[in-house]
Design a protein around this ligand. Structure first.
Ligand code: 6GU
Length: 277
């Protein structure tokens, strides 16, 4: 397939700028991008300079790939990701995952800001993804639709264990050393956005077992699992979204919550990566 050649071309362009071979791939979501500043000996490559990469169009998403080390572990970091609501296809959104895998990354850590649908969740909590519901995927926007390239993975990949049990255990252990950090564990449901949900939609999401709702992450996880990467997912709960609250959510509020939680979020991710040494 054409796509494999495109991925290989992007990989070559990146390898022309650094010899670093990443072990871990990290995607930083809305307002969480500043962990990138903590990379050691980082090479930063704007998405515009990588063949076949799309551009990030959302405020709060920088749009560059960084390769460097964090806690001594070689990592590749996406500072800013692509979303379906920007108008990109599922294939375009997940192209960077294929590239990071072929660069050598075996573990994917995905982060996002999400609405807390579970009434027990509070703004500022962090949720470990234990499973997901991929509503756009079930409705036809699955990135694996189309001819399957066996060089990437199998035609019908299982997703029963999408979120790695051992990595979650590591995350729980690291979180214990941060007393002001409430670590939840639950189900992330992806919607396309860009509008936030109606109250009725939020009550529907609750009914089907959603703990947190957001507009990203799941396409990347599906493609990472297609390529047999081990996945850890972390949602920052940026607002309550039970369907019963009075206040309306807005993008500024989401970014503010991400800002406020940034130090503990950063510490958690750093701690997890340190334990991978
Ligand atoms: Cl309430 N909904 C969605 N879809 N995404 C979000 C969110 C809500 N809060 C943060 N991200």
């Amino acid at each position: 397939m054409m796509q494999y050649e495109n991925v290989a071309e992007a990989v070559r362009a990146i390898q022309a700028r650094t010899t670093l071979k990443p072990r871990v791939a990290l995607i930083l979501g809305s307002g969480l991008g500043d962990l990138a500043a903590e990379l050691v000996d980082a090479t930063a490559i704007p998405y515009a300079e990588i063949p076949h990469f799309a551009r990030s169009t959302v405020i709060g998403h920088a749009g560059r790939l960084l390769l460097g080390t964090l806690e001594g572990v070689p990592v590749v970091v996406m500072q800013g990701r692509f979303h379906l609501y920007e108008g990109y296809s599922p294939e375009v959104i997940t192209f960077p995952i294929r590239v990071m895998r072929l660069l050598g990354a075996e573990i994917l850590i995905v982060t996002n800001a999400a609405g807390g649908v579970n009434p027990a969740y509070a703004t500022g909590d962090i949720m470990l993804l234990k499973d997901h519901i991929f509503l756009p995927g079930m409705a036809g926007l699955n990135p694996l639709i189309g001819p399957n390239d066996e060089r990437f993975g199998e035609r019908f990949p299982p997703l029963a264990h999408a979120y790695d049990v051992e990595l979650r255990e590591v995350a729980r252990t690291v979180a214990q050393s941060w007393p002001d950090l409430t670590l939840q564990e639950g189900i992330y449901t992806m919607v396309t956005g860009p509008n936030y949900e109606t109250s009725a939609e939020l009550r529907f999401l609750r009914t089907i077992g959603t703990d947190a709702v957001g507009m990203s992450t799941v396409p990347e996880v599906v493609v990472a699992r297609h390529m047999r990467m081990r996945v850890l997912g972390l949602s920052l709960i940026s607002n309550e979204a039970t369907g019963d609250e009075e206040a309306e959510v807005n993008h500024e509020e989401v970014l503010e919550a991400a800002n406020a939680a940034r130090p503990k979020f950063t510490a958690l991710v750093r701690g997890i990566i340190r334990s991978l040494q």
